[in-house]
Design a protein around this ligand. Structure first.
Ligand SMILES: Cc1cc2nc3c(=O)[nH]c(=O)nc-3n(C[C@H](O)[C@H](O)[C@H](O)COP(=O)(O)O)c2cc1C
Length: 165
């Protein structure tokens, strides 16, 4: 099946089509050893209300995925339109973030994992399932704390950042 897809539908064609799907930008954060890790993601999906579950697709080679699996927990910070530079930094496209997150305005959740200040929303999750899916792992988290913030969302569409209006 995968071979047929590769022949009939190139990876670039697939990426081009998926670029037309708008998605909210979030930062997934985790503890790793004595420090913190985080990555920019668009793969957050709300799954279940009872119990409250979300999933995020994490590329298996990322350090943040290692932190999530090791620590069995992750947090989600939903970025706003004024946080493009934070999205670039956690995507590895701007200066890297040190393990102490000292130049990222943040606070710690009850689980000891950082949440970025000034976001549209925050989630604290306990990792309950990991499913392999191609080059990513689908990490399912049970939401232990969910907080509303303010501000308009940062949206990815057609490979560019957008916001509402
Ligand atoms: C717009 C955008 C969306 C992204 N979405 C995801 C995602 O959903 N899952 C993922 O694993 N990586 C995603 N990435 C890539 C990670 O942010 C990137 O690989 C990061 O540098 C990994 O960091 P780490 O290895 O330090 O954990 C995305 C990048 C960008 C720019």
């Amino acid at each position: 099946m995968a071979a047929r897809l590769t022949v009939e539908l190139g990876q670039e064609d697939f990426r081009d089509v998926m670029a037309r799907v708008a998605a909210s930008l979030v930062v997934i954060s985790a503890r790793l050893g004595t420090g913190f890790r985080g990555l920019t993601a668009t793969s957050l999906v709300s799954i279940s209300a009872e119990p409250p579950l979300v999933l995020v697709g994490l590329e298996r080679v990322t350090v943040t995925r290692d932190g999530v699996v090791e620590g069995k927990a992750f947090n989600v910070s939903v970025l706003t339109r004024s946080q493009e530079f934070i999205a670039e930094r956690f995507a590895g496209r701007a200066p890297a973030v040190a393990a102490a997150w000292n130049d990222i305005p943040h606070h710690l959740g009850a689980n000891g994992i950082p949440l970025i200040d000034g976001c549209a929303a925050w989630l604290e999750c306990r990792l309950v399932h990991v499913y392999e899916a191609g080059d990513h792992d689908i990490c399912v988290g049970e939401v232990e704390n969910a907080v509303k913030g303010t501000g308009e969302p940062l949206i990815l569409w057609d490979r560019s950042f957008w916001t509402l209006r």
